[in-house]
Design a protein around this ligand. Structure first.
Ligand SMILES: Nc1ncnc2c1ncn2[C@@H]1O[C@H](COP(=O)(O)OP(=O)(O)OP(=O)(O)O)[C@@H](O)[C@H]1O
Ligand SMILES: [Mg+2]
Length: 242
C-alpha cells in the first residue's frame, strides 16, 4: 500500500450472490489513507457490485467491510456516508431543473444533517465548476455532469470517495481534464479514492495501484506498470500488452 501505510478501508473475503449468480467471490483488498486505487476489469466483472458493498447500497452475502478498523458490514448508505465514505454513480442522477449548486448541496446535506452550502461551494470550486453554480443543471454537458456528481460526493467531506466511471463517453481533451482534476482533488483534500474505470489509459496514468477483477474475483493487484505486463490481465481484459 502507498502513499500512507495506514489502511483506511478494507474488504475481507467479500462475496455477493444474486440468486444463482456469484457476482463477487471472496474479494479482499485494502486501501491506504490518501491513495488512489484503480479498479478495472471486463463488463460484468463485479466492479459496481463491489462499490455497492463498500457504500452500503448492498449487503454482502458473506465477508466484511472495515473502515478505519471498524466493521461497517450491513450498515445502510446514510450511516456509511456519515462515517466518511461517499460515492458517485455510474450514471449520474441529478435534478435537471435545480441549479448546479442545489444539486451539490443535496450531497452536503446527505453527509451531514446540518450540512451547509459553503461545503457545496467549496467542492464545486475544487472540480472547477464554481462559476457555473447558479446555472441550471440541464445546461451542463456530460463531463460537467460527471464533475457535479464528484462534487456532490466531495461535499460530504468524505475520507474515502468511490468513483464509478468518471471518463466514459468523454473525448480525449475532456479525459485529460478529468485526470488533472482527480489528481488535484486528492492533493488538495488528501481523500482516498477508489476509482472504477474502463478508460485504461487514464487510470494507468493517475493511480498508484490497480486491482483487476474478472468474473467476480481479484486476478491481479499491482502498480500500473505491473498490471500492464501481467499475462492474466492482458488475456482477460487489456488485450495487448501496454
Ligand atoms: N441487482 C442485481 N441483480 C442481479 N444481478 C446483478 C445485479 N447487479 C449486478 N448483477 C450481476 O452481477 C454481475 C456483476 O455486475 P456489475 O454491475 O458489478 O459489473 P461491472 O464490473 O460493474 O460491469 P460494467 O463494467 O459493465 O459496469 C453481472 O453478472 C451482473 O449481471
Ligand atoms: Mg459497473
Amino acid at each position: 500500500m502507498s502513499p500512507g501505510n495506514e489502511a483506511i478501508l478494507e474488504a475481507q473475503a467479500l462475496s455477493k450472490h444474486f440468486g444463482g449468480t456469484a457476482a463477487l467471490k471472496e474479494v479482499s483488498f485494502s486501501a491506504a489513507a490518501g491513495e488512489i486505487l484503480g479498479l478495472i476489469g471486463p463488463n460484468g466483472a463485479g466492479k459496481t457490485t463491489l462499490l455497492n458493498l463498500l457504500s452500503g447500497v448492498l449487503r454482502p452475502t458473506s465477508g466484511k467491510v472495515l473502515f478505519r478498523g471498524r466493521d461497517l458490514t450491513g450498515l445502510k448508505t446514510h450511516a456509511v456516508a456519515r462515517m466518511g465514505i461517499a460515492r458517485t454513480l455510474q450514471t449520474p442522477r441529478s435534478f435537471p431543473s435545480m441549479t448546479v449548486l442545489e444539486n451539490v448541496a443535496v450531497g452536503a446535506l446527505f453527509g451531514h444533517p446540518h450540512g451547509r452550502t459553503d461545503g457545496a461551494i467549496k467542492s464545486l470550486d475544487l472540480v472547477g465548476l464554481g462559476e457555473r453554480r447558479a446555472s441550471p443543471m440541464s445546461s451542463l454537458n456530460l463531463q460537467e455532469r460527471k464533475m457535479v456528481e464528484l462534487a456532490r460526493a466531495l461535499a460530504m467531506e468524505p475520507r474515502v470517495v468511490l468513483i464509478d466511471e468518471a471518463m466514459s463517453g468523454l473525448n480525449p481533451t475532456e479525459i485529460e481534464d478529468s485526470m488533472r482534476l482527480i489528481r488535484r482533488v486528492r492533493s488538495q483534500t488528501g481523500v482516498t479514492i477508489i476509482w472504477v474505470e474502463h478508460v485504461v489509459k487514464a487510470i494507468m496514468e493517475v493511480v498508484e495501484r490497480i486491482i483487476v477483477l474478472n468474473f467476480g474475483q481479484v486476478i491481479a493487484t499491482g502498480s500500473p506498470a505491473e498490471i500492464a505486463r501481467n499475462d492474466a490481465v492482458v488475456e482477460a481484459y487489456l488485450g495487448t500488452k501496454a
